[in-house]
Write a protein that binds this ligand. Structure first.
Ligand code: MSP
Length: 618
């Protein structure tokens, strides 16, 4: 690895649909750049927003605002999310910025002048949701929505011309597409003839995009525009030194769903513009929720903000990095999150931390004791520390983040075992120096382990490092100075009580529902926007409710008990993932909670001043 690195995340669609998987790519990039920075490499970490195209235009239309105004509202939400997740990016690009529009038009001109853009009339099937023409076969696969037949004149990029050059490049550069199985997937795709890429959209159909510099009646296809952000941000065409310093990047980190655009469209575009190709494209897998793809209709979307509000940022970052094997899918469940937190953070790491600091406080007045002459046991801990540092670095460079973390935790477990065996709490009473030696060794090991975990959990590890008065973040053994006064702090990783723990007797009761089954029930808060009687059904209301940024309709038999005015504005609790039902010919998506006594009925209402709509209810 060189002494500088440039790493990018995909730029996110400028709308308000962030799930834990979206946040994952950015946390991953942040963790990697922090590891590299800790190795004294100079870094550039880019993220941003993909603000053009049909998806964004549609989202704006649905909200009844202009696309630019919509994007201006969304951008601060992303910035706030990144701040809350302790993301330290160096640049945040928005594709509506002038700097980007200019680079896209310059590159389009370069490709055009190179004879790689031609005009053609095309008739075919177009998937509105995917924003691209699809083949008959793809249409039959059932994976594409909003399919239309379209016939229009457009501009095409001669992608096919670069097919062989791309195959050669992939074969000659084994690290270009990672992991290996994704590389094989792309090579498999390239075994079939590569078509040309339609890179324009007539303004009559879509006008939210960057004008084609050679035909003002067209805007640029959103992917041709978006991918270029990676070079715009380096200063392409504006600051040559900066561009040459950072481009090509070390890694484009992406999710597996956008592999073709990054590993086929993007390199061929760069070849045509005669620009260097990225050094690496790494596609990670998907975060599933309860083994399924996260989706609003299933009600299983895990919102990163809810999680960090409840458990703090560092445990969430830790779980995501520890649990996903890069390249494979991973399954998010609250149960595994709590298990992981309790075993690794509360038991292993937190326990070592509180033991070591408490013992130094009690027996050495909070002053780090002298290491003295090391015995074989201390030397073994030191050797393990040094081996761990080397292993963690190479695992991170191989993008095996979860293994790097596991290696560190294994080391922490060894130190806990060493403490058990040495029992410094007894030793100090017999031989204070020997007790001090053990505590020094454990504290120094803890400092090293903490430094290794710092990129993953920057906030809480910083508190530990402050306790040790660590300033240089130096991994060499002996960095902890005897005589250092330890600072006091509150427990960093208190255990989370697992609510679902039940006594064996309770588990025998067949009528009880398992906690994980209860969790599947998507209970959510919802605000009633309007209530209207269903034609021909006196008891039924057709309610329009707001669940976060989603609006939906629920039919409910409460018209005998509430007037429409009494209902509007109330924050209720609904089962959000109930199968859609048709009640008296009216679609109902969900059910509200209510309780009744004989003729009386009361709906469950929560305090609107304390909770927003779309939040999980328990
Ligand atoms: N705008 C395009 C990227 C253009 S890059 C030039 C885009 N945006 S996105 O907002 O839909 O997705 C951003 C990233 O989030 C993608 O890498 C996608 O794979 C990732 N994820 C979205 N949901 C995810 C999971 N559930 N799990 C893991 N990552 C997923 O695509």
């Amino acid at each position: 690895m060189s002494n500088k690195f440039y790493i990018t995340t995909p730029i996110y669609y400028g709308n308000d649909k962030q799930n834990i998987g979206h946040a994952y790519t950015t946390i991953l990039a942040d963790v990697l750049s922090r590891y590299h920075r800790a190795e004294r490499e100079e870094g550039f970490f880019l993220t941003g927003l993909d603000e053009h195209g049909q998806k964004v235009q549609q989202a704006a239309e649905e909200r009844g605002v202009e696309p630019k105004a919509h994007c201006d509202e969304m951008a601060p939400r992303f910035l706030e999310l990144w701040e809350k997740l302790h993301i330290q990016n160096d640049d945040f690009i928005r594709t509506t910025e002038k700097r980007h529009i200019k680079v896209v038009q310059d590159i389009l001109n370069m490709v055009y002048e190179n004879g790689d853009i031609y005009e053609d009339e095309y008739e075919g099937l177009y998937s509105v949701s995917e924003e691209r023409f699809i083949t008959e076969k793809e249409a039959e696969s059932g994976e594409f929505r909003d399919i239309k037949k379209l016939k229009e004149k457009n501009y095409f990029f001669k992608m096919s011309k670069y097919q062989q050059a791309l195959i050669d490049h992939i074969n000659e550069n084994p690290g270009f597409i990672q992991p290996e199985h994704r590389k094989n997937e792309v090579l498999g795709f390239l075994r079939n003839p590569l078509g040309d890429l339609c890179i324009s959209r007539p303004k009559s159909r879509l006008n939210w995009g960057i004008d084609l510099p050679f035909d003002k009646d067209y805007v640029t296809y959103v992917w041709f525009d978006a991918l270029i952000n990676y070079v715009t941000a380096t200063g392409f065409g504006v600051d040559q030194d900066s561009y040459e310093k950072w481009w090509p990047c070390e890694y484009h980190l992406i999710g597996k769903d956008i592999l073709t655009t990054h590993a086929v469209y993007w390199p061929t575009m760069l070849m045509s513009a005669k620009l260097p190709l990225p050094k690496g494209i790494f596609a990670h897998g998907w975060w599933l929720s309860g083994e399924s793809k996260m989706s609003k209709s299933l009600g299983n979307v895990v919102n990163p903000l809810d999680l960090i509000e409840e458990y703090g940022v560092d445990p969430v970052r830790y779980y995501l990095m520890r649990e996903m094997v890069l390249g494979q899918d991973a399954n998010f469940t609250l149960e595994s999150f709590i298990k992981r937190y309790n075993s690794d953070l509360a038991n292993d790491y937190g326990n070592l931390l509180s033991r070591v600091t408490k013992l130094i406080q009690s027996y050495f007045d909070g002053i780090v004791p002298d290491p003295g002459d090391n015995s074989d046991d201390e030397k073994s801990i030191r050797d393990t520390a040094e081996r761990t540092i080397v292993n963690v670095h190479s695992l991170i460079n191989e993008m095996k983040i979860n293994e790097g973390i596991e290696e560190t935790m294994q080391f922490i477990r060894n130190v806990n075992k060493y403490m058990e065996e040495q029992a410094p709490w007894k030793l100090v009473k017999e031989d204070k120096d020997a007790g001090g030696r053990v505590l020094y060794t454990a504290a120094e090991a803890l400092r090293v382990g903490t430094l290794l975990l710092n990129p993953v959990m920057p906030h809480r590890t910083e508190i530990v490092l402050k306790t040790f008065n660590e300033k240089d973040n130096d991994l060499s053994w002996g960095g902890l100075k005897p005589g250092t006064k330890l600072q006091k702090h509150t427990p960093l990783f208190p255990r989370i009580n697992i609510k679902k723990e039940k006594s064996p007797k309770v588990q025998e009761d067949k009528n009880l529902v398992k906690y994980e089954d209860f969790e599947k029930l998507g209970l959510k808060t919802a605000e009633i926007l309007s209530a209207e009687k269903v034609d021909g059904a006196d008891k039924l209301y057709k309610l329009q409710v707001k669940l976060g940024d989603e609006e939906r309709q629920i039919v409910s038999g409460i018209a005998d008990h509430y007037t429409a005015d009494e209902l509007v504005g109330k924050m209720i609790v609904v089962v959000s993932n109930l199968e859609t039902a048709i009640i008296r010919g009216v679609e109902s998506k969900g059910m509200l909670l209510a309780a009744s006594r004989k003729e009386d009925l009361s709906i469950v209402v929560v305090n609107k001043d304390k909770v927003d709509s779309g939040k999980k209810a328990y």
